[in-house]
Design a protein around this ligand. Sequence first.
Ligand code: BGC
Length: 514
Amino acid sequence: MAGGFVSQTPGVRNYNYKLTPKVFVTCFIGAFGGLIFGYDLGISGGVTSMEPFLEEFFPYVYKKMKNAHENEYCRFDSQLLTLFTSSLYVAALISSLFASTITRVFGRKWSMFLGGFTFFVGSAFNGFAQNIAMLLIGRILLGFGVGFANQSVPVYLSEMAPPNLRGAFNNGFQVAIIFGIVVATIINYFTAQMKGNIGWRISLGLACVPSVMIMIGALILPDTPNSLIERGYTEEAKQMLQSIRGTTEVEEEFQDLVDASEESKQVKHPWKNILLPRYRPQLIMTCFIPFFQQLTGINVITFYAPVLFQTLGFGSKASLLSAMVTGIIELLCTFVSVFTVDRFGRRILFLQGGIQMLISQIAIGAMIGVKFGVAGTGNIGKADANLIVALICIYVAGFAWSWGPLGWLVPSEISPLEIRSAAQAINVAVNMFFTFLVAQLFLTMLCHMKFGLFFFFAFFVFIMTIFIYMMLPETKNVPIEEMNRVWKAHWFWGRFIPDEAVGKGVAEMQQKSV
Ligand code: BGC
């Protein structure tokens, strides 16, 4: 069988490090970066379904929502309302591109700090918003924060982690994202019951808490050995490596990092270089993985679960409660990935999760189609509505141990140092762009495509599952600076990787992999 389908790449070194308290604590704090993203993802949907908020800023949507005879699919369709949610992602897209330079030149931690800081200012704008302009400026600042954090944190975690535990550590980012989402939905549940404008102000203003956490965290975190070497602090890098690996025997890994850094120094313009044929696999993956992650349709649930549940006929309190339940399920199921990703690998989780999402989406689309039909009128019974919620939970569980965490892990671990920051910036930018598109278009798509929307996403889940099967080699346990060997051994990507990029043993690997 072709090389891409085998799970272990011949010729790849395997350092078997133990978990040290230092690396655990460092990565725990580093993962805080996911909190700001998660808090925001979770808070927007609930806030946009709060009546005082709609009445204050979006009176037109408010009136329409109150009109009980409206077509169910179109109740919430408003470009301005979705702009509130989606503007953040455009800002995040832009800032992630700048963040890559800061991450490379000043180290990973300063990007994280800046992320926390802009997020903090944004939360103040939103909490005290008097008009739409303040609301949108706040959202844009939050977006800058998210862009910086998402660009730097996954790379930070992947570089700090021992190679044999990299998947679990990097998944900490996703755990923090979902934790942020769950906390946000719980807060929304309570603030939604408050009278007047105070509820949504508390929801939006409390974003300052995770931002302070990441700012403090970034100040006390050490930089990664990879980044220290990249910036010329070779001795410090060695000491850092010894202290996070808990042994003085780090020669081999250290040498790999130094070699990688030497090679990366030849590359003056990471942005131009990433277009070279030898980086084609990384370029394609860093574009397609985030694209596919968003085309799973997950953010329809993340942003609009309360709205979706209201569409299904739930009251507004029950809708927020159901959103909370899906969030908690997502959080718990993310741990399945944390505990299995380094043992069973990335591919199996991607494939199993994909199939589970595909089946549940088709079932959800079919049920909504049967109940609401094309006209979007009709009533759904309690039992059927509960069944749809259960199907949504199965779908969310599938995402939680596949595309959710792996959508951040894989792009952060597949690129050589010389293009890593640029590649991660592309990953974030593409992710944010499609997050924006889904957030912006979902309500309109629901209004026009109706239940067919779920089949639309199911179609993409089918395509992405095949894509992973054919194109993604297994990267578990492979030291990050040895990743070129994995690409070289792949049945398709191998042709793009020059022999000198992988050193000795190439011929032997190629022989074994065809
Ligand atoms: C995705 C987000 C999503 C979140 C929670 C993340 O991995 O990038 O778009 O909202 O998971 O489901």
